[in-house]
Design a protein around this ligand. Structure first.
Ligand SMILES: Cc1ncc(COP(=O)(O)O)c(C=O)c1O
Length: 371
């Protein structure tokens, strides 16, 4: 049996009529950039997230960098994030001209460790970017507390956890702005690139709208900005998919529970740690080998059995070629947990359209591995 890592075409076939209808609507409208479908999706997404504003942008990286600029952060300002997120979180900080401060993650959840954030704050620190890694919220109450104490801005990088929530907080409730990515493989993904910023701030809304469109808010009038808009065809695809996100998250959670039950007790791996009371939406089902030396052999074994397991992310940001990539960056404190995560992580296939047979086949394959 082959088990692919993604279910994009299965998902498309499941709601083909709805997607095709929206694409056709856009094509027939004659308006493909900043048109009515983008406006419609922005209104739907704002309502879904419970925020006053949602702004569609070109991708999730721009969503972060434009938000940093819209919040008035300046070159040299320190922004704290963690070393085991996707590279783009730090990259966006550099694009905005700021300094990335990398701290460690929690040993269990692999989200940012608030204690490490608190220890890394200096008088130059202006913001923190927690990432809702793998589909589970970062501990926002603790991060909000640190931000209040030191007057820091908080930007949630929610590229991976649409439809997740914390125990007593929603995404967006405890921050200045939230960013997301709609790239193909995200829980809410289009057939290409896309992203969004959502916020209650009128100022951030107005600034991101200008920044994404050549610094323009009126025809022929420009200031500093970029070309980073969410195209209407993608907005139409996302509008169709948004209606299904709840049921797709439930399916992901169901497959994660099946993996949890089937993989329990295997001595050579640890399973994802879901925080009590949090709604984890399993963008990734990330296991770790207890011994880092087992990771590559186990991964190769699974691949050899037709299972497209991967790693997220096997090279932490501070070990990327050329770090700090000619840009301003600093490590504060030990990054031992992030390094252990990078050396031992394996992502098993997880998406709504998997079948029970496929999940069980993956479980059996992991169980059958011998050192
Ligand atoms: C945590 C995180 N941040 C930022 C991004 C960047 O998004 P994009 O690829 O749309 O630029 C991604 C995904 O790609 C991500 O996983």
């Amino acid at each position: 049996m082959n088990v692919s890592f993604y279910g994009h075409t299965r998902q498309y076939h499941g709601i083909k009529g709805e997607i095709d209808a929206n694409i056709s609507k856009v094509l027939e409208s004659g308006q493909y950039v900043m048109g009515p479908m983008l406006k419609q999706f922005e209104a739907e997404f704002a309502a879904y997230t419970g925020k006053k504003h949602a702004i569609g942008v070109g991708n999730g990286t721009d969503a972060i960098s434009l938000t940093i600029m819209a919040l008035g952060l300046e070159p040299g300002d320190e922004i704290i994030t963690h070393a085991n997120t996707f590279f783009a979180t730090a990259e966006a900080i550099w694009i905005a001209g700021c300094k990335a401060i990398l701290v460690d993650c929690d040993a269990d959840t692999r989200c940012i460790d608030p204690k490490k954030v608190a220890a890394a704050v200096t008088r130059r620190t202006k913001a923190v970017i927690p990432v809702h890694l793998y589909g589970q919220c970062a501990p926002m109450r603790e991060i909000r507390g640190i931000a209040d104490q030191h007057k820091l801005l908080v930007i949630e990088d929610n590229a991976q956890a649409i439809d997740a929530r914390g125990d007593d907080f929603r995404i967006g409730e405890l921050s200045d702005a939230v960013t997301t990515s709609f790239i193909i493989q995200k829980n809410l993904g289009t057939f290409g690139d896309g992203g969004a910023v959502y916020t209650d701030s009128d100022e951030v809304d107005a600034r991101v709208r200008r920044l994404r469109n050549h610094g323009s808010s009126a025809r022929d009038h420009h200031s500093f900005g970029f070309n980073s808009r969410l195209d209407d065809i993608h907005a139409g695809i996302l509008s169709a998919k948004l209606k299904h996100i709840g049921e797709w998250s439930e399916k992901r959670r169901q497959w994660a529970a099946r993996y949890d039950a089937g993989l329990k007790g295997i001595p050579f791996i640890t399973l994802p740690h879901a925080r009590s009371g949090y709604r984890h939406v399993y963008h990734l089902y990330e296991i770790e080998t207890r011994d880092a030396a087992d990771r590559n052999p186990l991964l190769a074994y699974l691949n050899g059995k037709g299972i497209d397991a991967k790693t997220h992310y096997s090279i932490p940001i501070h070990k990327q070629g050329g770090y700090p990539w000619g840009k301003d960056a600093e490590i504060r404190g030990s990054l031992a947990n992030a390094e252990k995560n990078a050396a031992s992580c394996i992502s098993l296939p997880i998406y709504a359209e998997l079948t029970a047979e496929e999940v069980d086949y993956v479980i059996e394959a992991v169980r059958s591995w011998k050192k």
